[in-house]
Write a protein that binds this ligand. Structure first.
Ligand SMILES: Cc1ncc(COP(=O)(O)O)c(C=O)c1O
Length: 411
């Protein structure tokens, strides 16, 4: 039944596309799974395991404690903000210049991004987003009537954004450059020197650099960047806004916990948005996690090692005509081998006929270049599958080359 509204929706919401993931599950509905050929899902960027038992127990205890039932100030519980600061120093280095006053706890990282967008920009302003984009960033901007300005990233650059091309997109309306590293959807891990170049670019043009580092714990090769370490010519608080999620590393997406890290003088402005969006973030996970964060380092590291192992397995098992363009965090971005066929069509047939659910690049923004053949990139998430399933997926990708009957790239 469709109801005719007597009122009109906002232009922002009217102009915003719906989240694309349900489409992939629709494609999978026609697949007839059997016990020997189950549906294999590499579409979802969610952790494959629950948090450790002591986290579950602490969540239970905090939830049943009457003192967690009230509000806390917008920025969150001080013990958690102190613990977060310590974890960030553990990851970015002991010289990182961070205090609890730099941290505001949010009901998830998506909400942190909405608060930042509301605080920095209004209708008609612009923010630069690399594409392929994280679709909730684009949805937030479009729904707030902020214009996303698209910075192409290219397979030949391993999907790393170019500061030079970014600079050419800056106008008097630009308010921020938004980067995600490790990236969703491409998995590309931006080297510290590249992040530094973007910080200098933002500083030069008096813009904010908004860095969504939801997947930072999955970098196992050292600090993600050195921006929190002051130098004679750089102090992060003038330029950087860091965003983070507890959903991935701590496996609690349903408890809605994230944070933003920004200059203490910016936080009161952000609090105006946070107060109207959330008042405060859920208290149960704040209480539960505060004393546990340092003890969870081995768990977080073991999860990162398991994901890295699965990336290596996927790389090793992937049939020869399927090419990995970039890989890291939860994701691998893969070029399918079917000549002249759009990734949407390939993902539809993979889901419906081969029982493999994965997401085409079209879900993450418009096509790359007008001169390019149809989009051939697909996001696979290695987070939520067992090693066994990774092997099964790769076997079915190989089979699809015969089953689909399309021309394939030469080996
Ligand atoms: C880059 C990025 N930012 C934010 C989020 C959402 O985080 P949260 O669950 O904390 O809102 C995701 C989830 O997939 C993500 O990939």
């Amino acid at each position: 039944m469709t109801t005719h509204f007597a009122f009109r929706l906002s232009n922002g919401i009217e102009n915003t596309k719906r989240p694309p993931i349900p489409q992939a599950y629709k494609w999978a509905e026609s697949y007839v799974a059997t016990p020997s050929r189950p549906l294999l899902d590499m579409s979802q960027g969610v952790p494959g395991v629950p948090p450790p038992k002591n986290v579950l127990d602490a969540l239970g205890a905090a939830a049943s404690d009457p003192t967690t039932c009230g509000y806390v100030p917008n920025a969150g519980e001080l013990p958690l903000r102190r613990a977060i600061m310590e974890e960030m120093k553990h990851q970015y280095g002991s010289e990182a210049d961070l205090t609890p006053e730099d941290i505001a706890v949010t009901a998830g990282c998506n909400l942190a991004f909405v608060a930042v967008a509301m605080t920095l920009a209004g209708p008609g302003d612009e923010m630069i987003l690399p594409i392929p984009w994280y679709f909730n960033h684009e949805m937030t901007l479009t729904s707030l009537s902020i214009t996303p300005v698209l910075l192409l990233t290219r397979p030949e650059d391993h999907f790393l954004p170019s500061p030079e091309r970014c600079e050419a997109l800056i106008t008097s309306k630009t308010k921020a450059i938004v980067l995600v590293t490790p990236n969703n959807p491409t998995g590309a891990i931006y080297p510290p020197s590249l992040v530094q170049q973007f910080a200098e670019l933002a500083q030069k043009h008096s813009l904010a650099l908004v860095l969504d580092e939801t997947y930072r714990n999955f970098i196992t090769t050292g600090a993600p960047h050195a921006l929190f370490t002051p130098t004679p010519s750089w102090s992060w608080r003038s330029t950087l806004i860091h965003l983070y999620s507890f959903s991935k590393a701590y496996c609690i997406p349903g408890h809605r916990l994230g944070l933003l890290c920004a200059a203490p003088t910016l936080i009161p402005h952000l609090n105006i948005a946070l107060d109207s969006l959330q008042i405060c973030a859920p208290r149960t996970p704040q209480r539960a996690l505060a004393p546990l964060l340092p003890t969870l380092r081995p768990f977080v590291r073991a999860s990162a090692d398991a994901v890295a192992h699965r990336h290596a397995l996927f790389r090793a098992e992937l049939p020869g005509r399927w090419a990995i363009g970039s890989q890291g965090g939860y994701y691998a971005f893969v070029r399918h081998p079917f000549v002249g066929v759009h990734a949407d069509k390939v993902c539809e047939r993979l889901a419906g006929e081969m029982g493999v659910v994965c997401l085409p690049s079209g879900f993450f923004g418009p096509g790359q270049r007008k001169d390019e053949e149809p989009e051939r990139w697909i996001r696979f998430s290695v987070a939520n599958v067992s090693d066994e399933k990774v092997k099964l997926v790769c076997g079915r990708l190989q089979e699809s080359e015969q089953v689909f009957g399309w021309e394939v790239d030469p080996l």
